[in-house]
Design a binder for this molecule. Structure first.
Ligand code: DX5
Ligand code: ZN
Length: 219
C-alpha cells in the first residue's frame, strides 16, 4: 500500500492570513490531495470556512481538493461545495439521515463521494452504501481541532474497512493525529490516503515534513 500512498495536508493548520501561498507551497512540496476541513460550530465545536474561501484558493493549485464537511446538515450545501471547486466531497455518516441520497447526489454533480466515520461509529454503517462511495474517511481523533492524539482503537476499524473494500477502487483515508510516529501503523492497517495537519505545517520546510511522513510510512 505504501507505494501508492497519498499525502493530504490539512490546511486547518496552515497560516490563514496567507492561505493561497500555503496551498501553493504544499502543492510545490509534492502533496497529493489538499485536505480542506469545513466546520460549522454545530456538528463540531469549531468554525472554519465555507465555499467562498474554497473558491478563492482554487486558483492556487490544480491538485485534488478533498473537502471534509463537518457540518450538519450537509445536504443543502453540497452543490455550493461542488461549484466552489471541490473534487471529493465527504459527509459524516453521523450528520446525515439520508446518507445514500447525499452520496448519489455528490456523484451526480460529477464529484467523488466520501463518507466519514467518527471514532465511536461502527464501520457497519457503510455496508449498504459501499458501492456508492469513492472514499471512506476514518476519523482517528474526535473532529474539530488539529493537533490531537491518535486514537489507537481506530487501527482495527481501518483493518476491517480495508477488508470490506476488497478489490473496489475506494480510497481509505485516515484523519487525525497522524505523524511520523503513527503513520506506519495506519498504512500497515490498510489506509492509502493520509491526512496530516500539524505534522506537515509544524515547520517551514514542507518538502521535509511531507518527505518525513513518506519515509516513516515506508514509502
Ligand atoms: C480534525 C480535522 C483534521 C485535522 C487533522 O477535525 O478533520 O483534518 O486538521 O489535524 P492533525 O493532523 O494535526 O491531527
Ligand atoms: Zn479532516
Amino acid at each position: 500500500m505504501a507505494d501508492t500512498l497519498k499525502i493530504a495536508p490539512s490546511i486547518l493548520s496552515a497560516d490563514f492570513s496567507r492561505l493561497g501561498a500555503e496551498v501553493e507551497a504544499i502543492d510545490n512540496a509534492g502533496c497529493d490531495y489538499i485536505h480542506i476541513d469545513v466546520m460549522d460550530g454545530h456538528f463540531v465545536p469549531n468554525l472554519t470556512f465555507g465555499p467562498p474561501v474554497i473558491k478563492c484558493i482554487r486558483a492556487s493549485t490544480k491538485k485534488v481538493f478533498d473537502v471534509h464537511l463537518m457540518i450538519n446538515p450537509a445536504q443543502p450545501f453540497l452543490q455550493d461545495y461542488a461549484d466552489a471547486g471541490a473534487d471529493i466531497i465527504t459527509v459524516h455518516a453521523e450528520a446525515d439521515p439520508h446518507l445514500d441520497r447525499s452520496l448519489q447526489f455528490i456523484q451526480s454533480l460529477g464529484k467523488k463521494a466520501g463518507v466519514s466515520l467518527n471514532p465511536h461509529t461502527h464501520e457497519s454503517v457503510i455496508e449498504y452504501v459501499i458501492d456508492k462511495v469513492d472514499l471512506i474517511l476514518v476519523m482517528s481523533v474526535n473532529p474539530g481541532f488539529g493537533g490531537q492524539s491518535f486514537i489507537e482503537s481506530q487501527l482495527e476499524k481501518i483493518r476491517r474497512i480495508r477488508s470490506m473494500i476488497g478489490d473496489r477502487a475506494i480510497d481509505l483515508e485516515v484523519d487525525g493525529g497522524v505523524n511520523t510516529d503513527t503513520i506506519k501503523a495506519v498504512v500497515d492497517a490498510g489506509a492509502n490516503v493520509i491526512v496530516a495537519g500539524s505534522a506537515v505545517f509544524k515547520g517551514d520546510d514542507y518538502v521535509k515534513t511531507i518527505g518525513a511522513l513518506r519515509t516513516a510510512a515506508g514509502a
